[in-house]
Each structure stands twice: as structure tokens, then as C-alpha cells.
Design a protein around this ligand. Structure first.
Ligand SMILES: Nc1ncnc2c1ncn2[C@@H]1O[C@H](COP(=O)(O)OP(=O)(O)OP(=O)(O)O)[C@@H](O)[C@H]1O
Ligand SMILES: [Mg+2]
Length: 273
């Protein structure tokens, strides 16, 4: 099995008409089979990275590769890469194409030309998984933002991509639907897929991820296990990123009794994840 699915090598990208480059020699490798989190300040280039990951944008220089092979930017190859790299957009409005929930979730499967019975089965399953069954016939533009977000995640998950990229998937979701989403992502990971999620929720990163990337100004600054990354207090402070609550408490200094409690909580979190 390939050790890394997606690789960026010295990638530069500047938006058309912009004076400043957004990705500045970004090199990053997404390890196969891991739950990866990508963190970094607003505007550091996370979404831009994702748009290059499935070939929606092309680097000005540098190479983006899938399983060791550089992407080829023609219609046929891009269509293949988009089946392997599924991207859930930060803004659900950008993802949604059809008029009703069910139609929207079926859209990608119809494009793949799958048999009608299989499409029906897969869509039904995803509707159940995301608690959308009752909304199946509803016009998408009548949904709440959180409901639209769930539809947009379902749209991509139903296609079962090998690498599922989620841009701020829990934004707009309430506690219940965040929990459900995390459960679904756990299952997708257990089925052998790779996940890459951008988020500002550091507690979620600590609980969920097994590999963390830290970006700043279009470059990769740090990567490692959550334990390794979040103990880099000085660097994270320099980047103004903060740390999960549990590390904040540790860094604040604790009494021996408090330390025992925090350690127990930490073990519990690690066991649950
Ligand atoms: N369409 C665009 N045209 C010009 N500049 C853009 C465009 N989209 C993004 N940018 C700029 O590129 C930089 C990186 O934006 P990007 O959306 O990748 O950041 P991000 O890390 O995803 O931020 P956030 O945490 O807010 O989602 C920002 O400075 C932004 O202003
Ligand atoms: Mg973004």
C-alpha cells in the first residue's frame, strides 16, 4: 500500500489578480489511512490547499501528486482524481447543485453512471446516517445553514472517496450533529479511508486526529501526533493558534492533585478516540 496518498512539493499559488501569493512553497504529504487535521489562522491557505488537492486549481509552480504520480490537468484525469479525492466545501452553498435534498445527494452517483438500485440504496443509507430522511423531498434552499452543511457532507461521503477532505465540517453543526458526524467519520476511517479535516476546534483535533498539520502563511510549519504538536507551546503561541483546553490547563500550572485529575481525563480522551 502507498505510504502517502497526496503530496505537495514546493507548491506556489497566487490567485489571479492578487499581488500576494497564498501558497508559498508548500510541501506536505498526507499519510494513507490516517485521520489528519489541518490547523492554521484565518487566511493561512487551508482552503486553497484543498482546492489544489483535487485539481480545481493548478499550482503556479511545484507539483501536486496522487499516489506518487503528478496530477495531469486534463478533463479525463481530473475527473478520475475527483472520484478519489472528495472535497466538502467550507461553504455549503458552493457544494449544493440540485433542488431537493435527495436529488442533490444522488447527483454525483448519477454522474458516475451507477445502476439505479445501487444509487437508491446508497442515498437511503446516507439520508439515515445524516438524519436527513424527513428532509429528503425538501427544497435545499429552504434548509437551515446546519442542515445545508449536512447535505453538503452527505453529497461527498456518498461517493466513498479514498481521501475525504472536509473544510470546517463542524461549523454550523449543533452538538448532536457534530457527534453524529464524528461517529460517521470514525466508521469511514475504519473502512480503510483517509481523512483530512481543516478546523479551528482544537479540542476536537486533540480528541479525533492521529496526525496534525500546522500551516502559517502558505507554508507547513509543524506536523506530528496531537501530543507532539500541542506541547510546542512557544511555536503555537508565536503563531497565535492556542492549544486544546487540556493543554492550556497543563501550561497554566497545576497542583499535584489537579495534575492527577487532568492525566485521568487525558487518558479517557485518548481511550475514546
Ligand atoms: N478567490 C480569491 N481571490 C483572491 N484571493 C483569495 C481568494 N480566495 C482566497 N484568497 C486569499 O488567499 C488567502 C488564503 O485563503 P484561504 O481561504 O485559503 O484561507 P484559510 O486558511 O482557508 O482561512 P479560513 O480559516 O478563514 O477558512 C487569504 O489571504 C485570502 O484572502
Ligand atoms: Mg478556509
Amino acid at each position: 500500500m502507498q505510504e502517502y496518498l497526496l503530496e505537495f512539493e514546493q507548491v506556489y499559488y497566487t490567485y489571479p489578480g492578487s499581488q500576494q501569493s497564498t501558497l508559498n512553497g508548500l510541501s506536505i504529504k498526507i499519510p494513507a489511512g490516517k485521520k489528519c487535521a489541518l490547523i492554521g489562522q484565518n487566511g493561512c491557505g487551508k482552503t486553497t490547499l484543498f482546492l489544489l488537492a483535487n485539481g480545481l486549481y493548478k499550482p503556479n509552480s511545484g507539483i501536486v501528486s496522487w499516489c506518487g504520480k503528478p496530477l495531469i490537468y486534463n478533463r479525463q484525469d481530473l475527473s478520475k482524481i475527483r472520484q478519489k479525492v472528495g472535497l466538502v466545501f467550507q461553504d455549503p452553498e458552493q457544494q449544493i447543485v440540485a433542488s431537493t435534498v435527495e436529488e442533490d445527494i444522488s447527483y454525483g452517483l448519477c454522474n458516475l453512471g451507477l445502476p439505479t438500485a445501487e444509487i437508491k440504496y446508497r442515498v437511503e443509507q446516507v439520508l439515515i446516517e445524516f438524519g436527513l430522511t424527513k428532509l429528503a423531498d425538501k427544497p435545499v434552499h429552504h434548509l437551515s445553514l446546519g442542515q445545508k452543511k449536512r447535505v453538503s457532507i452527505a453529497d461527498v461521503m456518498v461517493l466513498k472517496p479514498q481521501l475525504l477532505i472536509l473544510d470546517e465540517p463542524t461549523a454550523y453543526l449543533d452538538v448532536k450533529h457534530t457527534r453524529n458526524l464524528m461517529k460517521t467519520l470514525k466508521q469511514i476511517h475504519q473502512d480503510g479511508n483517509t481523512l483530512l479535516m481543516a478546523t479551528h476546534d482544537l479540542d476536537l483535533v486533540y480528541r479525533w486526529a492521529d496526525w496534525v498539520f500546522v500551516m502559517d502563511k502558505g507554508q507547513l510549519m509543524l506536523e506530528g501526533t496531537p501530543e507532539d504538536v500541542f506541547c510546542q507551546q512557544t511555536l503555537l503561541e508565536e503563531l497565535e493558534l492556542g492549544v486544546p483546553l487540556i493543554y492550556e490547563m497543563l501550561f497554566d500550572g497545576l497542583s499535584p492533585e489537579e495534575e492527577i485529575i487532568i492525566e485521568r481525563v487525558r487518558q479517557r480522551i485518548l481511550k475514546d478516540s
